[in-house]
Ligand binder design. Structure first.
Ligand code: GH3
Ligand code: MG
Ligand code: MG
Ligand code: MG
Length: 321
């Protein structure tokens, strides 16, 4: 079968190209079909722009979902002994896979199958024999929307200057970790970090140098956290916060001391007369507690903030808790 590659570029093609160019990310499509000819045709249509992985059975498809993390799934209804509808239901029940859009691709022309596909959460329905133009248009449309949504989520959750999480995300994670620690009985710790005499740094070296300094400090804070559940955020201005679930006070103090010494070790010159060390330093407050369902997390933040002010008052470049 001859597949035309010179199809007109739609706004959705342009959107997909822009996102791919901006992120350097190549989208990945999982084709679940027991017919090798269909898989070969889809490969011909898409492989120029999109990585294709395939599976002929439900078990292989689940394995591909977990290992290849596709951005979109094209799913046949009649998979030999197996049923594509059952597989779709199974995928949609798994929280980490439920967000992957599914398009059914089938020889069935029955309206009730199309209705059933949408009821199960599919985003589209493509009929065989495949029309390359229609298949490409539908896949590109849903891929572009999926990648755009992922990009917007990333932007909404992160701080534009440093790439750390932003304050809104920190607050959401704090609320979630508070509930989780209240349920499990584990401790929860908060670290608050504030760069010393940063106003003078900006005044002396300029705002662009100030921004570069914030990025370097953010990267050592990020590197100092070792568990996947730990969270580092830019709380605002030159203030950063870390959230350490399942970490007690002693553990949090040692993480905080490591962050303080790593910031000093950057040895970013700060010669303004105010700082004894003549380099950029930070003051840090630490607070820990055992969350309970009937208490709020605001007290934990207030306690870390109080310790940060103690660190400032007692000479800066130190950790208090
Ligand atoms: P202290 O040791 O008491 O913390 O003094 P400070 O000068 O660090 O604190 P202050 O709150 O007076 O000043 C914070 C400064 O941080 C003021 C502001 O210009 C700077 N700042 C906040 N956000 C940014 C930013 O995004 N980029 C840059 N370059 N500077 C920022
Ligand atoms: Mg089939
Ligand atoms: Mg401050
Ligand atoms: Mg400061």
């Amino acid at each position: 079968m001859q597949v035309k590659q010179c199809l007109p570029e739609s706004p959705m093609h342009k959107l997909l190209d822009q996102i791919v160019q901006m992120t350097g990310y190549r989208p990945r499509l999982l084709v679940v079909d027991d017919d090798p000819v269909t898989v070969a045709i889809l490969r011909m249509i898409f492989e120029r722009k999109i990585d294709i992985v395939s599976a002929a059975t439900g078990t292989a498809a689940m394995a591909q979902c977990h290992s290849a993390r596709p951005d979109l799934i094209l799913l046949d209804i009649n998979l030999g002994e197996e049923d594509g509808f059952d597989l779709c239901q199974h995928i949609k029940r798994q929280p980490d896979l439920a967000g992957i859009p599914v398009i059914f691709i089938t020889g069935s022309h029955a309206e009730e199958d199309e209705v059933q596909a949408f009821k199960l959460g599919a985003v589209d329905f493509i009929r065989k024999p495949i029309s390359p133009f229609i298949a490409e248009s539908r896949v590109v449309t849903h891929l572009a929307l999926q990648l755009q949504t992922a990009l917007l989520k990333r932007v909404a959750h992160s701080d534009g200057l440093t790439g750390l999480k932003n304050r809104r995300t920190f607050d959401e994670e704090l609320e979630r970790d508070w509930k989780e620690c209240a349920r499990t009985g584990w401790p929860l710790s908060v670290i608050m970090i504030d760069i010393d005499y940063f106003k003078q740094y900006n005044d002396n070296y300029g705002h662009l140098a100030g921004d570069a300094c914030l990025r370097r400090v953010a990267s050592v804070i990020h590197a100092a956290l070792c568990r996947p559940s730990d969270c580092a955020a830019r709380y605002g201005g030159e203030e950063f916060t870390c959230l350490l679930p399942s970490t007690d006070f002693k553990g949090a103090l040692s993480v905080a001391e490591n962050i303080r010494s790593c910031i000093s070790a950057l040895a970013i010159a700060h010669r303004d007369g105010a700082t004894a060390a003549q380099i950029v330093t930070a003051s840090i407050g630490v607070a820990s507690c055992y969350p309970s369902a009937d208490a709020g997390w605001l007290d934990l933040l207030a306690a870390a903030d109080h310790q940060l002010y103690r660190a400032k008052d007692s000479g800066r470049d130190r950790v208090c808790g």
